[in-house]
Every structure is written in C-alpha cells, then in structure tokens.
Design a protein around this ligand. Structure first.
Ligand SMILES: *[C@@H]1O[C@H](CO)[C@@H](O)[C@H](O)[C@H]1NC(C)=O
Ligand SMILES: *[C@@H]1O[C@H](CO)[C@@H](O)[C@H](O)[C@H]1NC(C)=O
Length: 986
C-alpha cells in the first residue's frame, strides 16, 4: 500500500538527487558505472521503504523518510552507496522478515535482536550472499531449523539464534558453514540432537548450546576438531556420558562450561593440559574421581565443580593458581584438609567448600592476602578457630561455617568488615563473649545465625536496622530483649538467660513472622501491642516467668498458627478471641488460667492444650478438663455471653430478612427470591436445596474470596454432597462485573476434564452469587501441606503428611488440567489464579483445578477486599502481572511452578525471606548453593529413593518460575517432564 507514494516522492526529491551528485563528486571512479550505481541506489531505497511498510512502519523507523538519504537512516550503514549493515535491535518489530529482504544485495551485517519477530527460520536470508554477521537472538522464532541451513552465506562468521523458540534437531548441514567464528544457539527448545558435524567448524571460536532440552546427547569426540575454540557453553543441555578426552585438543580453550548436565565418569586427564583455561564450570553433574594435582598447569581464575561425586582431597597444587578468584567445590565427597597455601592466593574472593567431609583447620592466613568476600565451609568436620585475619582487608560479607567443630572465641576484628551481612556460625562449639561491636559493625547486617554454641554476652539496646533473621537460641546470652529491628522477620532466642520484660514497642516490627523466646527468664506481662505483629505465624513464650492475662488482642493475629504460652504464671480466662485463630498448635498448659475454654477450642484438636490449669472447664467433654457448672454465680461476664449470642442471632436474622427483601425487590417476578439457576450438568436438586444448606454448621471454609459450604443433599439416589461457594460481596455487583462473571461462568461450564473441578451450576441474583461444585472430599492441597494438624470439619483426626508419590500424582493431575486449558481449548483458557489452595483433592488424592479467577474478579467491586485478595495470591503472581496487561498462559506456568516448589520444599508461596516469594528464594538458593541441600521438605527426608525425582521437580519448578515468560516451558512440556519421572521411577 505504501510503496507507490514513496516512489513518487523519491523521484522528485532534491536531497536524493544531491546525494547522487555527491557520490559522483566524491567517487569519480564510479563514474563509469554511474547508471548502475544510481540504479542500485534507487532500488535499495525502495527495498528499505518496502521493509518499513512491511514492518508496519515501526515508530523507531520514523527517520526512514524521503527527506534524507537512506544511508543516513537510523540503523543503516552503507559502503560505496550500498546498504551493507542494518542494525535494528529492540525496536519492537512484530512481523516476519519479508521475502524480498535480500534485495539489499550487499548486506553484510544484520542485527535484529531483541524484537518480536515471529514465524519460522527466515530462509529468505539465504539470498543475502554477502552476509557475514547475523543476529536474530531474543525473538519469537519457532519451529525447526531448516535442513538446508548451509545455504546461508558461505561467508557467515557470526550466527546468533539464541533466545528463540526453536525446537527439534540442530541440522547437520550447519557444519557446512565453514567460516563461522561464533555460533550461538543457547536458550531455545531444541529437544532433539546436535550433530557431530559441528566438529567440522574448524574456525569456530565460540559455541553455545546451553539451556536446551536436548534428548540426552553425548559430547561428540568430533568436538575436539574445533581447535580454535575459546568458549564452549553447554550448561543445562541434558548431556550424558563422559567428557571426551578429545576436548583436551582444544588448546585455545579459555572458558569451558558443561554445568548442570548428567555427565558421569571422571574428569579426563586431558582437561588438565588446557593451559589457557581460565574458567572451568562442571558443577551439578555426576562426575566422580579426584581433582588432579596437574590442575596447577592451568591458568584458572574460576573453578566450580560443585555438586558432583568427587572424592579425594583438594590438591595442594591449588596454591599455584595465582589468578584464582572463585573456588567452588561444595557438595561433593571431598576429604582431607583445606590446603594451607590457599590462604596466600592474592585474588581469592569467594570460597565455597560446604557439604564435604573436610577436616583439619581453616588456612590461618585466609583473608590476609586477598579481598575475601565470602567464606562458606558449612557441613564439614573442620575444627580450630576462625582465622584471625578474615577481615584484614575489610571485604568479607558472609561467613557461613555452621555444622562443624569450630571452637574458641570470635575475634572482635570481625566487626571491621563494614559490608558484613551474613553470619552463620550455628551448631559449633564457639564460646566466650559474642563481640558486642559486631551488632553494629555493618548497616548491611541481615542474617545472624549463631544458635547452638556457648556464646555469652548481651544484645545492644537497639538491633541493626536491616537485620531480618536473628537466630541465637541455645546459648548463654543474658540481659534484656532489645527493641527489635524494623525489618526483622525471625527472632529465635529460646533457651538463653534473657530477663526483664518484653519491650512494649512492638509496633515498629510489624513484619515479624517468628518470635521464639521460650526457656528464658522473661517476666512481666505479655504486651497488648503484640497485636501489631500482623504477620506473626509462630509465637513461643513458654517456660518464662510471665504473669497477668492473655491479651484478647492476640486473637487479631490472623496468620498465627503456633501459639505456645505454656509454663508461665498466666492467669485470668482465655479470651474468646483466641478461638478465632486457626492454630495448628496451641499450648497453654501449666499456667493458672481459669474459666471456660472458648467454645471454638472445645474440640479434640486442642484436647491437650489446656492441661494443668486447674481452674479451666469446658462444656464438651475434654480430657482432664472439668465440665463447667452452668453460669457460675460469680461469672457475670459468662452470663452475658448467651445474651449477646441471642442479640447477635436477632441481628443476623434481621440482616437475612433485609437481604431477602432486597433480593425480592430487585426481582421482576413477584415470586420468592430472584435466584436464577444455570445448570451445566444434569442435576437432581434445586436451588432451594442448596440455599437451605447454607448454614453455619455446613461452613467448611472462608477466605478472601468468600465462604464455602459443604451441603449434603438427600435425594432419591441417596446422599450426594456438593460444595457451594458463596461469593462475598458487600456492595451490589456493577453491570460490567455481572457480564464478565456470566462470560467466565460460560467458559468454565464448557470445560470438561477429569482434572478440572466440575461446576454443576451457578445460582445468582443481583446481590448474591453461588457456585455449586462437585464436593472434593480431601479439601485443598494447601491444607495438606501447611494446615495439616488442623482438624477439618471437626473430624479431630491428625492427618499424616503427604508422601512423595501422592505429591507427584497431584502435580501431574493439576498439570493435566492446565495443559488441557492451554492447549486443547479454543480459545485457550488462562486460569490466572493457580495456587495450592485452588487445587482440590478427591478421596483418592486425585487433584483437580478449581476456582478460575471468578471470585478474584468479583472481588474488584469492593476495593479494600480486593487489596487483600491480591495479597492472598502474592507469591504466585508472575512478575509480568504487575506491570503488563499483555499476559498469556505463561502466568499460569509461573504459578504452577510455585506450586511445584511448595510440593517439594514444603515452604509457602510467600515464604521467601525479605522481598521475594518462594520462587525468588528457590532460584537464589540454587544459584548460591548449587544443590538442593536443605531445600527439600523435611517431611520428605525419609524418601531417599525419590530424592532425584524430588530434585527434578524442584528444578522444574524453578524453570517454570523464570522471570522471562518466554523462557518458561509450556504446560505441555511441564506435563511431559512430570510424567517422564513416573516412567523412570517404576
Ligand atoms: C526484489 O528484487 C526482485 C528481482 O530482482 C524484484 O522483482 C522485486 O520487485 C524486488 N522487490 C522489491 C520489494 O524491491
Ligand atoms: C575430526 O575428528 C574425527 C574424530 O576425532 C577424525 O576422525 C577426523 O579426521 C577429524 N577431522 C578433521 C578434519 O580433523
């Protein structure tokens, strides 16, 4: 459409005319072929205009207009009047490369990276016979690479196709592009093989195949033919087998990265002769054998061989690696001592040797000769004391040495490190006074884990502002509890000798989640300001000298799950508000409490919570509790309760009547409530049955989205149970919401899949929405993962933990449901609110996806609640949800990844430490520590046979939660990987 006007404009455009004369002026040699040059010149201008219009006149191409010579246009370079280079990265091109592109016949350099170019590999580029540099990385290219890819220019030096969505094999003919210096194919979805013919690329200096799900290839011996290779990156490419000796022929190799594969066998001797090697990454494989002393011949700056099965000791020849900066060998079976000479290396920054069997002492000179920032040797059998000069260069940021046999006092010079942020000394035999100066050493101090030592000392009056985790239980600290730091999340100070009162200024630390001060000598009363700790999940003040009453405001701590106030001198009655808490542990034993146990707590789950309080009584029969004598004479307040109950009942009735009247007024028909029932399956009940069942006794859950009832419908066929969800909605639904609601219900009702919960019908009126589902006997997944010891519907039975096979089955079922929604529905359905509380379990632990964002959508009507609804899903939301309207099904993949992480780590989605959710925590943790040590749910720790599978699922969870949506696998791939595990396991 746009071409004609451009052409016309060009013919009469003076600048172009000038340009042509200038070429004639400056390049008189071209005079002979003036016509030809002018012709080529015109042609290319047209081609560029055509390209511009083909690319929908992308705004970044606005400089491509008639007023200037095209060689001056942005991104264009010419040589001798012909376009030789086009560099247009990151300008939001969303159309394919047009077929006539190579009418720019002189084009040598083409960079279209970081765009959204769709479609298959652009074979039209075969015609660009002068192309030397081609960068199409970071686009949306899909499909297989063509088998005739060698038809690209034989002069091609640089080919970058990384970060696209290519699948299948890398074709052997790529080995015929003999000029290639650089070949980047990483971060695609190649799931076939890569050819040995790559070995023919004898000029190649850089080859990247990392982050592709190849079908378990071996490294071909032919790779040894790429003798100019400097850079080989094959991380996370499913490699198996041994590392071929032939790689030893790559004499120029500088960077070798084969990390995160399934490589086995020992590291071939030839590797130790790669004299130019500066970076060696072999971490996270299954390599065995020892590290050779010949390593001294290398020029290593970074070595990471962590998380393998390496044995033997760390060769003392490491001292010859003068340039060594990074030394990572954690999570192996290394034994012996750490070579003392390592302390002399001048560039050494970061040492991670944790999870081995190392003995002996730490090199005494450590930190004196280099800017050591990180020392991690936890989980070994190291003895002796911490090297005195660790902070000599003031660079140290973290010292992580827990679970060793370290002894002696801490040197006060540790406080010289003003960047110190992480001190983890727990479970050693350190003694003496914990240097007081450390508490104020660094504003960056976030983590202090020093529990289970013999430290004495006192805490400063005020803790460092950025401190988030302070774990110091089982020491001999004394003095008062300080004013807590505003960012503190965890404070465990159990079993010390703290005394004095709990500071009343608890308002500043509203983020605190865990507060354990049991086993001290704390006196005074529990301050009511404790109710400011809105995020508190665990509170243990047992075994102290606390007196006074239990503050009723404790009942405001909505997320509290463990409350232990036992073994104190608390008196008075148990405030009714405590009954509102959803506690999995409540221990009030050994106090002097009296009066009636709140009604909600009178059930078998809390049977043992009140022992040894002689003054307590209950109506229901509970072990070792007296039955209350009705309305004792001296209990005025108790007598008031029934009265207020009656009053409350009356008010409730009034509300119901008003509600019904409102419903009625809005109805057109004069009949009873204007409820409209829409059924999606054959029903043998009516709305009346349902509405009648919405009683307090049938309430089984309530959350941000509304209440859920379990309604038993007796009908001719016998008992049928349904779950009814009542959307809580304070105001009236606005018209638009109504429409979206109906639309979504329509979508949902059309989905039929055994892994998606069946929506039987929907009952609605102007103010009220009821959704009727099949009843899922075992409730939601989150209850099994976290609320386990909480009794459901008063059954009073302790639930056993979910074993791994059940968890895997649940993951597979849920993946099936999502896969169906994404890949088999037209249009695809995006759930947008996948989380463990929306995965429901039937009697055989079959899992089904529920909820479909309906309630979430509806919540938007009333603002404050919608805020809390968002908070409820925090931790599951893909990062793009925050800042982009363009979300796709990958948001579900993200959320599902979080569920996989919950299933494997047992942590909650929100449980990621300071700023990040579980996904951030897991990714960071894996990156830092390399392996899954300490990440896996303790409740799975007995299932040793399944550890590999658990690791695989954890890793999949991390893949699904990549920040870049494009890099997340599809649900189809996720499902395949999960079912593969079952295939392997049996
Ligand atoms: C590209 O070149 C071909 C043949 O040389 C010609 O037929 C075609 O019109 C050109 N296309 C454009 C858009 O310039
Ligand atoms: C490439 O490697 C193979 C096997 O290592 C060898 O047989 C072949 O001769 C080599 N080719 C070249 C061109 O070096």
């Amino acid at each position: 459409m746009g071409t004609e006007p451009y052409k016309a404009a060009f013919f009469f455009s003076p600048p172009a005319h000038l340009l042509r004369s200038s070429i004639l002026l400056w390049l008189p040699l071209l005079f002979i072929s003036e016509a030809a040059v002018a012709h080529g010149d015109d042609q290319e201008r047209f081609v560029l205009f055509d390209i511009k219009s083909h690319w929908s006149n992308a705004p970044a191409l606005s400089s491509w207009d008639v007023s200037s010579p095209h060689c001056n246009w942005s991104g264009i370079r010419c040589s001798n009047g012909s376009v030789t280079s086009m560099s247009l990265p990151n300008i939001s091109i969303t159309e394919p490369i047009p077929p006539f592109f190579c009418n720019l016949t002189s084009l040598a350099h083409l960079d279209l990276s970081y765009n959204d170019i769709p479609g298959g590999f652009p074979t039209c580029l075969y015609r660009c016979s002068n192309l030397r540099y081609l960068d199409l990385s970071q686009n949306l290219l899909v499909g297989e690479l063509p088998s005739d890819i060698h038809k690209l220019s034989s002069q091609l030096l640089h080919l970058d196709l990384s970060y696209n969505n290519f699948i299948g094999d890398i074709p052997p003919s790529i080995g015929r592009l003999l000029s290639l210096h650089t070949l980047n194919l990483h971060d695609n979805f190649f799931d076939g093989s890569f050819p040995a013919e790559l070995g023919n690329l004898s000029m190649l200096e850089s080859l990247t195949l990392a982050y592709n799900p190849f079908a378990s290839p071996r490294i071909p011996v032919e790779f040894g033919n790429m003798t100019r290779l400097k850079y080989l990156w094959m991380t996370y490419a499913n490699l198996v087998g041994e590392i071929p000796e032939d790689l030893g022929r790559l004499a120029d190799l500088d960077h070798l990265d084969l990390a995160r594969n399934g490589l086995s066998g020992s590291i071939p001797a030839a590797i130790w002769s790669l004299e130019k090697l500066t970076t060696l990454y072999l971490y996270d494989n299954k390599l065995t054998g020892e590290i050779s002393g010949k390593i001294a011949a290398l020029n290593l700056e970074e070595i990471d061989v962590s998380t393998n099965r390496l044995t033997g000791s760390i060769p003392k020849e490491f001292v010859n690696l003068r340039n060594l900066r990074i030394l990572f060998m954690y999570n192996n079976s290394l034994s012996g001592e750490i070579p003392r000479g390592i302390g002399l290396l001048r560039d050494l920054r970061d040492i991670r040797l944790f999870d081995n069997h190392l003995v002996g002492v730490l090199p005494p000179e450590l930190g004196q000769h280099s800017h050591l920032t990180n020392l991690e040797v936890s989980n070994n059998r190291i003895s002796g004391s911490l090297p005195e000069g660790l902070c000599a260069n003031r660079a140290l940021k973290s010292v992580v040495v827990f679970n060793n046999n370290l002894t002696g006092e801490l040197s006060a010079s540790l406080a010289d490190c003003y960047g110190l942020n992480d001190i983890q000394l727990y479970n050693n035999n350190f003694s003496g006074e914990f240097p007081r100066r450390i508490w104020s050493a660094s504003v960056n101090l976030t983590t202090v884990l020093i529990d289970r030592n013999h430290f004495t000392g006192v805490l400063p009056d005020k803790l460092q502002r950025n401190l988030t985790r302070l774990v110091m239980n089982d020491n001999r600290f004394s003095g008062r509890i300080p004013t807590l730091a505003p960012r503190l999340l965890v404070f465990r100070g159990s079993n010390n000798m703290f005394s004095g009162e709990i500071p009343a200024e608890l308002t500043g630390i509203s983020r605190l989640q865990v507060l354990l001060l049991d086993g001290n000598r704390i006196s005074g009363s529990i301050p009511t300001s404790i109710s400011n700790l809105k995020f508190l999940t665990q509170l243990d003040l047992s075994g102290n000298l606390l007196s006074g009453g239990i503050p009723a405001k404790l009942g405001l701590l909505e997320v509290l799950t463990k409350l232990d106030l036992s073994n104190n001198r608390l008196s008075g009655s148990i405030p009714r508000e405590i009954g509102n808490l959803k506690l999995s542990l409540l221990n009030l034993t050994y106090n002097q409490l009296s009066g009636e146990v709140p009604l909600q707590l009178q059930n078998r789950a809390y049977e043992r919570s009140f022992l040894f309080n002689p003054g307590l009584c209950s109506f229901k029969r509970m072990v070792n509790l007296n039955i209350c004598a009705h309305a004792g004479p001296n209990k005025l307040s108790e007598r008031l309760i029934p009265i207020s109950l009656v009053l409350g009942g009356v008010m409730f009735l009034m509300l119901v009547v008003t509600g019904m009247l409102m419903c009625r007024r809005r109805s057109d028909a004069a009949d009873l409530p204007a409820f409209k029932l829409t059924s999606f399956h054959q029903l043998d009940f009516t709305q009346r049955h349902i509405i009648r069942g919405l009683t307090e006794a049938n309430l089984i859950g309530s959350g941000g989205s509304g209440q859920v009832y379990r309604v038993n419908l007796q009908n001719r066929a016998g008992d049928a149970v349904v779950a009814v969800k009542k959307i809580r909605n304070s105001g009236k639904l606005d018209w638009k919401m109504e429409r979206t609601f109906e639309a979504e219900v329509k979508v949902l009702s059309s989905i039929r899949h055994c892994s998606i919960v069946k929506l039987l019908c929907c009952i609605s009126s102007a103010d009220c929405k009821l959704l009727v589902y099949e009843y899922m006997e075992k409730g939601s997944l989150d209850q099994w993962l976290y609320g386990r010891r909480r009794t459901r519907s008063g059954s009073g039975h302790f639930q056993p933990p979910l074993d791994w096979r059940k968890r895997l089955g649940i993951a597979i079922d849920a993946a099936k449901g999502l896969c169906y929604m994404h890949h088999h529905c037209t249009p695809p359905v995006i759930h947008r609110d996948v989380k463990s509380s929306n995965i429901l379990l039937d009697s055989g632990f079959g899992a089904k996806i529920a909820d479909f964002g309906l309630a979430r959508m509806l919540m938007k009507v009333s603002e404050p609640e919608s805020a809390s609804a968002i908070a409820g899903t925090f931790g599951y939301m893909a990062p793009e949800c925050g800042h982009s309207k363009k979300i796709n099904e990958k948001v579900d993949v993200y959320s599902f990844g979080v569920v996989l992480l919950e299933l494997t780590t047992g942590r909650k989605a929100q449980d990621g430490g300071e700023h990040e959710g579980l996904a951030g925590w897991a990714a960071r943790r894996l990156r830092d520590k390399g392996g899954f040590m300490g990440m896996i749910d303790e409740e799975l720790s007995d299932e040793l046979n399944y550890m590999d599978d658990i690791g695989t699922v954890l890793r999949l969870g991390i893949e699904c939660t990549r920040r870049n949506a494009m890099l997340r696998p599809s649900m189809k791939e996720v499902l395949r990987k999960l079912t593969d595990i079952v295939g392997l396991g049996r």
